[in-house]
Design a protein around this ligand. Structure first.
Ligand SMILES: [Zn+2]
Length: 478
């Protein structure tokens, strides 16, 4: 095993296509932006695994990671990168190496962009990555490290399935999670408003996932209830990213998610969706708004991560492989999305609201169950698009709805529901991609100065104590 410095554009891909996101939820573009916005040096970059093939050329086993390095190279943000040349791992090589691929470039599934070796053969948009270089925003060194760690495991279940499908071989069993696999996802039934406990944040407040607009932090309830979530509950806290500083999470976010949960319950009752002849119901996480009376700091740097008085969303964590099933601009997954796509179309046909941006976990054996069922969908952060555009940042009104339908192909399920004729004429006016689209301005997200005072502030003394505690036994779960 040796390491070497190489121009990433000279290393070849083993696969013909990659997913548009890493396992930590960051898209390729966002990962590149975050790396570009920080002056990452060669020594900071964890090594990519490269194999020398019998044709004498070097191939990467980490295709998404290579794609990100190439994007950075194409905007002049990195030169040579340090790679690790390893002996060919037979099983992984057989699984990954696609002899029919054009190894000099790779297709990003979903948006169908190409990452090539030069700007000329690259269709992946570079503007935001270039722009990110000029921003002095966002990430700490630790964050960069965690981004790179997230990039370390480059193959995932969907890749396995896709590749297996392409080559007629059974998919490799899914990799075991770091902690013991979860047996269930807690349900969102019955949550009072009892509070008084505190929240413990592991991982020194490093976000474990990032959407386009928000960071998500894991936490766990200690010493009593928090917002009705009982002691021991595994929760996530969502906060707007610094770039969205003039937006604030409000009760409208909670109400919108509850509205989607209500529509999902109607869909479950009326449609009775099934998977493998078993009921496969749709559930939506129920969020609460929380804020803190004092700033919450990152221990290692002292930086304020959760400013006092700011509102955050708090909800139960979703266990199982987190995936996106559709976005609000019409992108839809090719696998496992028939029920979510039909649900979106159905909400428009029946209620003239288009529920979309469906993301979360598709329950299937042997994954965690929900209320005893193995088959289900558990969503969070959905969007509603409405005729009058009244549902916030991700509601692009009729224009968004027409754009969504321009990319929607009715499935057998839409036909079975008799809704195929009930759709607006599709008009493509914005790009169709897996990440969400946003309105440029919104009057339904109150600016911070005008935000209603939130009376759900709870004392943070005990929280600070909890943060200062040595890693408790809870942390083994993270
Ligand atoms: Zn349809």
């Amino acid at each position: 095993m040796t390491s070497r410095f190489v121009d990433p554009c000279l290393i070849l891909f083993t696969q013909s296509s990659i997913k548009d996101a890493f396992q930590n939820g960051l898209s390729l573009e966002e990962t590149a932006c975050q790396l570009a916005s920080k002056d990452t040096q060669k020594r900071d970059i964890q090594m990519m695994r490269v194999v020398e093939h019998t044709d004498g050329r070097a191939y990467s086993l980490d295709n998404r990671r290579l794609a990100v390095f190439r994007l950075l190279r194409l905007v002049g943000k990195c030169g040579k990168i340090k790679i690790m040349v390893i002996p060919k791992p037979d099983a992984e090589w057989r699984k990954k190496f696609d002899p029919s691929a054009d190894h000099s470039k790779i297709l990003v599934r979903g948006p169908r962009w190409i990452v090539g070796a030069t700007r000329l053969d690259t269709t992946f948009p570079l503007d935001r990555i270039k722009a990110a270089m000029r921003d002095s925003v966002l990430v700490s060194d630790a964050r960069v490290c965690s981004i790179l760690e997230g990039m370390d495991s480059d193959d995932d279940a969907e890749d396995d399935e896709v590749l297996a499908g392409l080559r007629g071989r059974p998919a490799r069993p899914k990799q075991a999670a770091k902690s013991a696999p979860r047996k269930k996802n807690a349900s969102d039934q019955r949550r009072g408003d009892k509070s008084g406990g505190n929240l413990h944040f592991p991982d020194d407040l490093e976000p474990f996932a990032a959407g386009k607009s928000r960071y998500t932090y894991r936490c766990r309830v200690q010493r009593g209830c928090v917002m009705g979530f009982p002691e021991g509950s595994y929760l996530v806290l969502k906060a707007f990213k610094p770039g969205f500083a003039n937006h604030q999470i409000t009760s409208k976010d909670v109400a919108m998610q509850q509205e989607v949960a209500r529509l999902a319950a109607l869909f479950n009752d009326n449609v009775q969706p099934k998977q493998n002849q078993q009921p496969c119901l749709i559930y939506v996480r129920d969020a609460a708004i929380v804020s803190f009376a004092r700033d919450v700091h990152k221990q290692s740097t002292g930086k304020v991560v959760l400013p006092r008085g700011e509102s955050f969303l708090l909800e139960r964590e979703i266990f199982g492989e987190f995936r996106k099933f559709n976005s609000n601009n019409g992108w839809a997954t090719k696998t496992g999305g028939e029920i979510p796509q039909a649900f979106s179309h159905w909400t428009w046909a029946k209620y003239r609201k288009l529920v979309c941006d469906l993301q979360g976990y598709q329950g299937k054996p042997p994954g965690p169950k929900y209320l005893g069922s193995a088959y289900y969908y558990l969503f969070t952060d959905p969007a509603i698009m409405s005729i009058d555009g009244s549902y916030g940042l991700t509601d692009m009104g009729m224009r968004g709805i027409e754009n969504w339908f321009s990319a929607h192909t009715c499935s057998g399920m839409c036909h079975a529901l008799g809704i195929t004729a009930d759709r607006p004429v599709g008009r493509r006016t914005m790009s169709v991609e897996s990440s969400s689209s946003y309105r440029e301005t919104s009057n339904s997200y109150a600016p911070r100065a005008l935000a209603p005072r939130n009376d759900l502030v709870f004392g943070l003394g005990s929280l600070r104590e909890a943060l200062q505690e040595e890693l408790s036994d809870y942390d083994s779960d993270y």
